[in-house]
Design a protein around this ligand. Sequence first.
Ligand code: KIV
Length: 272
Amino acid sequence: MSIHTPDIKRVTTHIIQEMKARGEKISCLTAYDFSMAGIVDAAGVELILVGDSASNVMAGHETTLPITIDQMIYHATSVVRAVKRALVVVDLPFGSYQGNSREALNSAIRIMKESGAHAVKLEGGLEIKDSITRILSAGVPVMGHLGLTPQSIYKFGTYTVRAKQEAEAQKLIEDAKMLEDVGCFSVVLEKIPSSLTKQVSETVTIPTIGIGAGPHADGQILVLHDLLGINKAFKPRFLRRYADLNGVMTDAISNYIKDVKGKSFPNHQESY
Ligand code: KIV
């Protein structure tokens, strides 16, 4: 229980794991700022990811590669300030953990210390096992991420479905088992066939969180701005839009412009 919010029971990594054990699906969303994170948390998701998709969604980059650890900490700090209940997980950005486990540990510690987040997420399997184990040994909870790993986009060259071939599917299953064995509390499965998600979810006891991975994952995650329909151009098959905020916002702003130009805003009541 938090000292600051005594009435609200915080979601922990254990609660997330118990949800899988009792068959309750886990709802997760991304957030990158204070205002949105407050709404997402109050609506009741169990897990908020400060994803490096902030690189695309907030900064307008084409890939997730350019975002820095300082920028991730800025986003994470803003989110943590707003969140009273959800578990807050932060992506370690590209270049902050691959190839050097000491640097990985330093990156994770900076994120935890400076933002107040509750866990970190890293992309990859066996190749980054050392980094994951070193972070875990410092008591920092780790979420894995397999399948489509956007930080490796230049290795694959495309954002299409991963692990359709047997060899890649087998490697993904082995990686998921490794993540469970070393002590990760859950794993994101991105853009893989539904049947493979089912197999992984039945093989490991840690919760699988799917995005474009079909209905058999133990939980689902979407990028908040995609769910809200803010970016009209992005429409992959896996995305269900729950609102047309692009339309709502454009109408509101157009009406404001009309009122300013027509001199009906501000009116008498809106003036001092
Ligand atoms: O950065 C992100 O938003 C993610 C999700 C797509 C899982 O990693």
